[in-house]
Design a protein around this ligand. Structure first.
Ligand SMILES: Cc1cc2nc3c(=O)[nH]c(=O)nc-3n(C[C@H](O)[C@H](O)[C@H](O)COP(=O)(O)OP(=O)(O)OC[C@H]3O[C@@H](n4cnc5c(N)ncnc54)[C@H](O)[C@@H]3O)c2cc1C
Length: 344
């Protein structure tokens, strides 16, 4: 087998070889459910590892969660799963005091939702969940083509992977559209989902910032969220903070190089907390082009059983980590139900 042409080998008891493109929470959840149901699944991602928007940036001063900050669990199915992750030691509740900052100033939030984080970093959760999956990283899928009843995945540099009986596209909607060209009706539905960008700035300080909260929802100025990353359970090392710019501000500056937004967002941080802050030891910016769904599909996932292709992600299931999980789980349920239904 040449390096440019990887063939999937082995088939499960169901004889179904599945490719899942995207190793974020949606793709990992779908993969795990399908593997449990006996499918032979390859989970593929363009990044060096799993996690997607639940990633963590490693710095010389410690790791900083620069995407999803925490997650809540409202749906019973997801709550049960979160309890299992807590029992596995990869998730803990974050008890840091939270506040809102708006035109009326700062107000502490008392006793609302339980908030969960991966430990010792957000990405530890997705790493744990994908550890038992067959994975292929550093592999950016450029095209998905159907030959007869087989699907083949093509990389930009010419390599191809397959054949597969079924493909799941678990990437943000704008990136899913070109991959769904073989299923135009799904591509068309994906077009109606809109995701806004987000600039994240990660900061390291050599002293504790004297602020009365560990996280704050900011409702004025360029920022929407600020958090003391080092206050989350299991984090070690220096005082670290994360700033997230609001969707409107991020979209207005989306073409600016990430380094150029740092001084603007540092100034917004000082302005939001109404304090003179020390110079950070380190400031790193990251641009998320497709961060948060602001217009979602109503259906929890997309599936074309005839073509054997589906799509899932937070842009269908509901925004955020819980929605991504539920979308991946819903698509796996449909695939399993379709394949297992008796022939008519
Ligand atoms: C800044 C920010 C803050 C957030 N805060 C929160 C929060 O506090 N709470 C919360 O619940 N949620 C939050 N979210 C949202 C949450 O992170 C997402 O809803 C969830 O992680 C989405 O999971 P997903 O699997 O749908 O997509 P993703 O995590 O985006 O996974 C998609 C994967 O597909 C891969 N991929 C894309 N294109 C290709 C390709 N062509 N070939 C191969 N691989 C490809 C990507 O590398 C990625 O790993 C936040 C997100 C961001 C960006």
């Amino acid at each position: 087998m040449s390096d440019a042409d990887r063939q999937t080998t082995g088939s499960s008891g169901h004889g179904q070889r599945v490719a899942v493109v995207g190793a974020g929470m949606a793709g990992i959840t779908c993969t795990r459910s399908l593997v449990r149901a006996g499918r032979s699944v390859t989970l593929i991602d363009k990044a060096r590892g799993p996690g997607g928007r639940m990633s963590t940036r490693r710095t010389e001063h410690g790791a900083i969660d620069h995407g999803a900050q925490y997650f809540t669990a409202r749906n019973p199915r997801f709550r049960e799963e979160v309890n299992a992750w807590i029992a596995d030691g990869v998730v803990q509740e974050w008890h840091g005091p939270l506040a809102t900052i708006g035109s009326d100033g700062l107000m502490m939030i008392r006793g609302d939702n339980r908030r969960f984080v991966g430990v010792p970093r957000m990405s530890a959760l997705t790493r744990h969940l994908s550890a038992s999956c067959k994975t292929l990283f550093n592999w950016r899928v450029a095209r998905i083509e159907r030959h007869g009843t087989d699907w083949w995945l093509h990389e930009e540099r010419g390599a191809r992977l397959g054949p597969f009986d079924l493909v799941v596209v678990a990437v943000p909607a704008p990136q899913a559209i070109p991959l769904l060209q073989g299923a135009p009706s799904l591509a068309m539905r994906a077009r109606s989902a809109v995701l806004a960008g987000c600039y994240a700035v990660m900061l390291v300080y050599d002293e504790r910032l004297p602020l009365p909260f560990d996280g704050a929802f900011v409702n004025r100025g360029p920022l929407s969220w600020i958090a003391r990353n080092s206050s989350k359970p299991g984090r070690e090392g220096a005082e670290t903070w994360v700033l997230h710019a609001s969707p409107d501000w991020s979209e207005a500056h989306i073409e600016e190089p990430p380094d150029q937004v740092i001084p603007m967002l540092l100034a917004a941080f000082a302005e939001a907390v109404n304090a003179k802050l020390p110079q950070p030891l380190l400031a790193v910016a990251h641009r998320w082009r497709h961060a948060l769904p602001i217009n979602l599909l109503e259906e929890p996932c997309l599936f074309d059983p005839e073509l054997a292709i589906g799509a899932c992600g937070d842009w269908c299931g509901g925004p955020r980590v819980e929605g991504a999980y539920l979308s991946g789980a819903a698509l796996a349920d449909l695939v399993i139900a379709h394949r297992d239904q008796p022939a008519g």
